[in-house]
Design a binder for this molecule. Structure first.
Ligand code: DQA
Length: 163
């Protein structure tokens, strides 16, 4: 058997991780609110966690400051994914386009925020994304991303077991 034919279907599985505007600045952006961890650190942790899963899976990560780029990624990469982890950043509070894209692809999705948006300015309390996703994790810093991934991994395992 050649190496290529030994690749199992699960190795093609991936979780889509999306980060919105200004999250590329993590580490230097308002460290009192968002902490010192960079986005590269967060993604590296998620990659390690995904690789360590049984069976392992890949991570597709995209950060963009542009709403349409995130909508394109949801449309193009969402349907083939095991699930989506999204921190829409400021788009959380007003992007009907991101919300509609998530509804359209209908993939298990977890919304993540580093800060506790409910304890901050009033305009951050409302998420137009929250009603259309499985759940929201806010205020747990970078751990929120890992918890979201662990949740999606558990969901994948139980959906396989029920097949
Ligand atoms: C954020 C919270 C948003 O209100 C803000 O616009 C962000 C980051 C968070 O991760 O805490 O850019 O999504």
């Amino acid at each position: 058997m050649s190496n290529s034919s030994m690749v199992t279907a699960t190795e093609h599985e991936y979780v889509l991780v999306l980060n919105g505007p200004n999250l590329n600045l993590l580490g230097s952006r308002e460290p009192g609110v968002y902490g010192a961890t960079t986005l590269a650190d967060i993604v590296a942790d998620l990659v390690a966690c995904a690789r360590g899963a049984d069976p392992p899976l890949r991570l597709e990560h995209l950060q963009s400051n542009h709403e349409g780029v995130l909508v394109d990624a949801i449309q193009q990469l969402g349907p083939g994914s095991v699930g989506i982890i999204i921190n829409p950043a400021a788009l959380t509070h007003y992007s009907i386009a991101v919300r509609d894209a998530l509804v359209a692809v209908n993939v298990p999705t977890v919304e993540v925020h580093l800060s506790n948006i409910h304890a901050r300015e009033e305009f951050r309390h409302h998420s137009v994304i929250a009603p259309v996703v499985l759940g929201q994790i806010a205020g747990l810093g970078p751990d929120g991303y890992r918890l979201a991934l662990q949740y999606l991994l558990g969901r994948r395992a139980s959906s396989k077991a029920n097949r």
